[in-house]
Structure formats: C-alpha cells, structure tokens
Design a protein around this ligand. Sequence first.
Ligand code: ADP
Ligand code: MG
Length: 698
Amino acid sequence: MSNAAEMFGSKVFDDRIMKATLPARVYNSLRKTIDEGTDLDVGVANAVAAAMKDWAVKNGATHYTHWFQPLTGITAEKHDSFISPSPDGGVIMEFSGKELIKGEPDASSFPSGGLRATFEARGYTAWDPTSYAFLKGKTLCIPTAFCAYGGEALDKKTPLLRSMEALNKQALRIVRLFGNDTVKCVKTSVGPEQEYFLIDREMYNKRRDLVYTGRTLFGAKSPKGQEMEDHYFGVIKPRVEAYMADLNEELWKLGILAKTEHNEVAPAQHELAPIYTSTNIATDHNQLTMEVMQKVAAKHGLVCLLHEKPFEGVNGSGKHNNWSIATDTGVNLLSPGETPYENAQFLLFLCAVIKAVDDYQDLLRLSVATAGNDHRLGANEAPPAVVSIFLGDELTAILDAIENDTPYNGSGTTLMKLGVSVLPKFPRDNTDRNRTSPFAFTGNKFEFRMLGSSNSIACANMMLNAAVAESLKIYADRLEAAEDFETVLHQMIKKTIKDHKRILFNGNGYDEAWIREATEVRGLSNYPTTPDCMPHLLDEKNVKMLTSHGVFTEAELKSRCEIMLDNYSKTVTIEANTMVDMARREILPAVQSCTAELAEAIAAKKAVSPDVPRGYETGLLTKLSGLCDRIAEKADGLEAAVRAVKDCQGAVAESAAIRDTVLGKMAELRAAADQAETMTPKKYWPFPTYGELLFSVS
Ligand code: ADP
Ligand code: MG
C-alpha cells in the first residue's frame, strides 16, 4: 500500500466496513448503540459477529481475542481460534454474537485486590461496541471491558466508560438549561501527546536494569547531556526517521491518527501526538500506540523506552492529556463561543473544571501516581506534585472582574454581566506558553501534564470526568431550582471563583517558592510519592463522590488502592533486587579486576624500584578499593532493607516502608557505584554508559 489515505484504517472493522457489510437495519441499530449507548439485541450481535469474522478471515485472521486493560500492565488478550469442527470431519470458521459480546478468560492471575474470591478465578470480558475491532497479525482484537462475576470492574475501561456517562448526564442537564434541546449526548475528547526514548537494542540488552525495570539504576552522568538543548526540535536522525515513518504507517493502518512527531529536550527523546478523539477510543488507541511503538522499534534494532525516568539527570518522559468537552452537535463547551449566552455557558463549564480540580486535587494527583512517575513530578522537568491551574492573563482578568464586580479592562467601563456581555476575545496563542503548569487552559481545552509516559490515560480521565460531573451536578441542581436563572448563574460563577481561586496559578510551577506558597499559604496538597497520595483514594469525600456518580463501588476503590500500592512496592522491590544483583555480580567483579591489575602493576614497579610505592596506580587502587568496600556494604544494606519490608502488614504500611527505607538505600548504593564508574578505566566497565546509551542511535 502506498498512500496514507488507502492505508488508513485498513486493519480496522470501522464504520466504512460496517456500513458496507452489514444489512441497513443491523447497521442502524449498531450505530445507535455506539452513538447513544442503547442496548444491543442478540440478533444484531449475531449479524455483526458474522460480518466481523468474514472481514477478519478475508484479511488473514485465524483467531480472535477479547482485548482488555487490566489494572496493571499494558493490555491483555487470550486468543481463541475461529475454528469449529464440522459434521463432515473438517472445520468451519465460526464466530457468534455471544462470543463477540462476552468472553471468559481465566483471570486468576490478574490483580483484583481481593475482589474475586480465590475459588472464583473467572472474570468475564464484555464487548465495548464504541471502540472498533482491529487486526493484530492473524488475530481479530475486540476491545472489551473486564469484570468479575459480581459485576465489579477489574479493568480501566469500565470506570472510564462510567465516568463518561456520568459527565454526559450532568452536562446534558446544563446545556438543556441554556436552552439547547437538540443535543443528544456530551462527550469528552482527548489527544494524548506521548514522549519516549529510542536506544540501540544491542546496548539495551547489555543492561540488566533496563531489561528488568525499564530504567537505568546505575550510570554516571555523561560528559554531554541535554545542556546544549540541541536536541529539541533538532534534525531527526536517519535511523529515527525510518522508525517514525514505519511507526506512522502501522498506526494509520490501525486507524490511529498519528500526526506530529519531533525530538524532545533530552538526547534520544522524541514525541508523538495523535489527533484527538473520544476519550474511550483515545485510551484504547494510546494503549495500542505504546504497544506498536515497541514492536516497530524491535524491527529497527531499537528499543522504545516508555519509562518515566529511564536516565537520571536527563529529562524524563510524560504524556500530556489534552482534554475537552463537546456536544454531539459539534459544540466545544470549553470554547468561549461568540454570543453572550455561549460565553456564559463557557464560563460555567470553565468554573466546573476549576471547582473540580480544586476539590479533587488529590484524585488527580493519585490518578497519575506510579513508582516511575514519582521520579518526574517535582524534579524541575515536569509539573510539581502540587496540582494547580493555569488560565493565562486575559482569562484571569475576566474572572477577577466577575469576582469583584469591577470593569474588565478590555471592555472599558462596562461590568461583566453573564448572559448579556460578550467576552472580549483573548488570543489563543497567549494561553499555551506556560509549560510548567500541571493543568493548563489552552484556548479551547485543558492540558493535564502530570501523566507519566507509561500511564494509561484511563485513570486520569476517569477522575477528571467524575470530578467535573460532580461540579456540574451541583450547578444543575441549583439552576434547575432557580427562579431567576441569570442571577443565580452569576452568583454561582462568582462564588466558584471566590472559593476556588487558590488553585489558579499563572506563574512558574517549577519554582521552589511556589511550592511553599501553594502548601503554606494556599493550603493546596502536596503528595510527592505514590504511598503519600494513594491512600487518599479512600477518603470519605472521594468515595462519596465517585460512588454517587456510579463510577466506582466502594469495594472497587478499596481493591484499586491496594493494587496500586502493591504495584508500587513490587516495582521498587524489583529495582532494589536488580541493583543488588548488578552490584555484586557485575560492578564489584569489574572494579575488582581493575584493582587486581593495579596491584600487579604496583608490585611490578616495586620490584624495579622499591622506593616509589606512591603514584597513579597506588592512588587509584586505594580509592577503588575503598569504593568496592562501600558498594559491597551498601548492597548488603539495601538487601537488608528489602528484607525488613516483608515484616510490614498490609499494602499501605509496606509501600510506606519502601518509600522511607528502600529508596534511600538505593540512592546510596547508586552513588558509590556511579563514583566508581567515573574512575574505572573504560575497558573494565561491565555495561554501556550513559554517553553510549544516549548517543547510540545515529
Ligand atoms: P502542542 O500542545 O504541542 O502545542 P496542540 O496543542 O496543537 O500541540 O495539540 C496537542 C494535542 O491536543 C493533539 O493531540 C491535538 O489533537 C489535541 N487537541 C487539539 N484540540 C483539542 C480539543 N479540542 N480537545 C482535545 N484535544 C485536542
Ligand atoms: Mg501540548
């Protein structure tokens, strides 16, 4: 296939194929399910399954799988063949509506945080018709939700869909209040910008830390790093260019609108952004994108690192979640619009987001919390762990004017009256300049910048949608009961600004002084690590909000909290064990061969002239021997710290102990080893250095 238009979506059972292959009645019924969430009947499911199978088989498929997103890891699938025995002793290719709608993977080894009794190992997967099926090799992948038999969600898709429904319900109430009766549904859209590193595969294979943990656990700073800033938007190297071209093609075939790509700040770091789409589909697409990125890299002798912090001292990778709310009639509710009414509606939605982000700072923070992302947030390269909103000067001035009943400068002497005044135009370009804000308004959408590069975007979006649904519900309750709509609207907006302006901050989010002001003066929460923030998932206000909108049950929240903390503990434990192993079996023997050779050289020198014991070799030998002792001692200390954690009871205590004891010991061991690296002659060092890894791809 040569051109992009022809290639696009060629591996997707998308609307074009459905329209062409399904009887009109079936197609219309399915469309209604996709667009409006109506129930699907068995007859329709059977017809869709048959058409899906025919299309898949024609395109070389032999198997199908219910593709889903368990609570940890990227995605999961269990392949079943289409083959059924036929009476004549042969086989036929079969796929029923029942098989399309529901699958039963043996789920006993997926994390459930106690939701599934051990004797009841099975969960089931349920087709999500809003996300198109696609082909991966010889397998038809059917996007699905994954639940326990009691209906509890065991995946990330289920609560995300529920959160979209919650927001839809409340946003519809608001647009109705603004006189819009034609809108059928309101959906959130997302465009996630994905950062990643590309390094040479051979070098990667020589580093146990990268292979086991996705990040380097040792490594002295390279003489050249990112200080020249010569990589950002720089010329893309030929090997990387070939990779990107290939990646784009593979993504286009899957119907993923990969659009922009450029180098990032760090050497070997790049970014890929798709065109935004409905949040649910964007989430599936981002999961697929991460998978395809790694697969295509392998074909090019490269490795795509999605870890948030593969290299210390070099910028890590994040994911910017560009998020907006729009009606099915194409109105972006976060766009100021043209008329006074549109302006007022925009300001109400804007306030709903401001209130949501302030009230549920903790949920947003913990929605991006992982051991990997803890290395980035607050490290002067990514937003801090404190959540705040950037609105830009113009919009801030407008809100100030509303709050204080003062004229807005741009509009001369007239006061802002909602529903009457037209908002002054604010140039969109002015809104996207502050890259240090965790949550920035960028003209007609918000950009949530705290996500880690390997995070599923599902978690952040379900919390965001739910929190905004809650603000909208409170507004709708009041407005529906109001006698004078405009006055109540004005008062509510004013009150929101007054009550929540502490979350608004247009300054430099990387500044130390901001963190002090945020926490000490404004009372914003600051949770630097995963064990700090995750337990707040179970705070009463959070449980109340999330359960009242039907996004989670209390049991689901408890299980999620436990799974996320457990995942943190396991991740760090694996890192610690890897460090001990590398220190003892690679670093110490390497340094020791060096010291042995030095000792020989010194002995040889002494043999010639017993009077010159000091010198280069002796100095180095003394230093390296000392470092060997330190490394050995620190490795023992780390090992003991990991062992001690096992005595902790429960996921909260265990993760806290890891944060308080293991992380520090890891840093100590690393410091000793990195110092040894800078003194040990190159030929002894057992694995590729930072310089070699970061500048390995030409
Ligand atoms: P940058 O942030 O690098 O300047 P853009 O802001 O143009 O780039 O786009 C970043 C991402 O935001 C893209 O994925 C784009 O599709 C997405 N985006 C643009 N408009 C919207 C919108 N209304 N809702 C959600 N995402 C959007
Ligand atoms: Mg952006």
